[in-house]
Design a protein around this ligand. Sequence first.
Ligand SMILES: Nc1ncnc2c1ncn2[C@@H]1O[C@H](COP(=O)(O)OP(=O)(O)OP(=O)(O)O)[C@@H](O)[C@H]1O
Ligand SMILES: [Mg+2]
Length: 379
Amino acid sequence: MNRSLDYRTDFYSLGVTLYELLTHERPFKSPDALEMVHCHIAKHPIPPHEIRPEIPKMISDILLRLMAKNAEDRYQSTIGLKRDLQRCLDDLTSAGMVSPFDIGAEDVSATFQISEKLYGRDAEISALMQAFARASSGPSELMMVAGYSGVGKSALIHEIHKPVTEKMGYFISGKFDQFQRDVPYHAFIQSVESLVTLLLSETEKRLAAWRKNISAAVGNVGKVLTDIIPNLEQIIGPQPDIPELSPVEARHRLNYVLGKFIRAICQKPHPIALVLDDLQWADSASLNLIRTLMDNPENRYLLIISAYRDNEVSPTHPALLSDLEWVTLRVDMAAVNEVIEDIRTHDTNLGESLAKLANNFDYGKILALIREYKALPGS
Ligand SMILES: Nc1ncnc2c1ncn2[C@@H]1O[C@H](COP(=O)(O)OP(=O)(O)OP(=O)(O)O)[C@@H](O)[C@H]1O
Ligand SMILES: [Mg+2]
């Protein structure tokens, strides 16, 4: 989650397959999709040798290494895995048992991997998660992440996707677009679309409960929403026609229904982290909706996190929300140096070159450069 997929994802799948093959059980069981995602992210499977004592402990360790939560902690190469399995086989053939050894001792990655972790943002992540914890049991909150372009606002916000899901929350996101400023509620609409996709993967029983809640909230004007969020029809079904109103009245109606809809989807057992990225390009209707959602203490179980470029001149935006909580991101040179140190341990020359650049370039450019480098074939 919030990490790119690579060959180590296949190691995870291989681990799960071998797990079932050897124990005759799946590592996690749940009829509920969200619960299942939660298990894969947060729960540790029972070690195979504890389910079937005839499985050698070393084989059990190898499977758990394949199924490590972080790709960095899994095997990094097929050769490393093969050597460990071969050793188990040799021991079993010669002695009928596998004696303990250090797994992964000959496991080295054939490609240069820079960790995708976020450097030096622990305090900010913790501030966002604390806000989520408060909003999970109380009135809605807004956290504004400000900083200039490339400083890591979006990267920071997406870093809480996994911990939010771990806490059984829904993480949904949308972004305002420079070229779609005349589309009202653009980022809200995208977020709701992503929520609908999540809800559609739930059990029929849960989906029926959502259908009931949402239909009750939108009443007979659900078409206001399905006109702009067509996939919502897959949950609440086709909606009856609605009376034509003047543009201003129609805007008020949409604002009202969207507010009711958001209140209906924010439920205690599944609080929502709603990301509205690139707020500098938001339309005024969206800003007003955020304000309305924040001002009514009856709105609960919702954390809105919005990223805002504070180097772009758009005087009205922050003013409207300036009394709410802001996290300002600045360049963290200690973090830049930490990235460079990490790279230096893999590739001394590249590390040295980046260290020289760090004095002349800005942070975003250095990180972009690193990512370009990573994307090169065979880099
Ligand atoms: N602390 C960090 N550790 C590792 N990578 C980072 C860090 N901060 C930013 N990055 C990387 O730098 C790049 C730029 O970050 P990001 O897109 O989050 O910036 P932004 O502030 O959202 O910019 P914009 O205002 O243009 O949307 C991304 O590739 C991101 O993963
Ligand atoms: Mg961004």
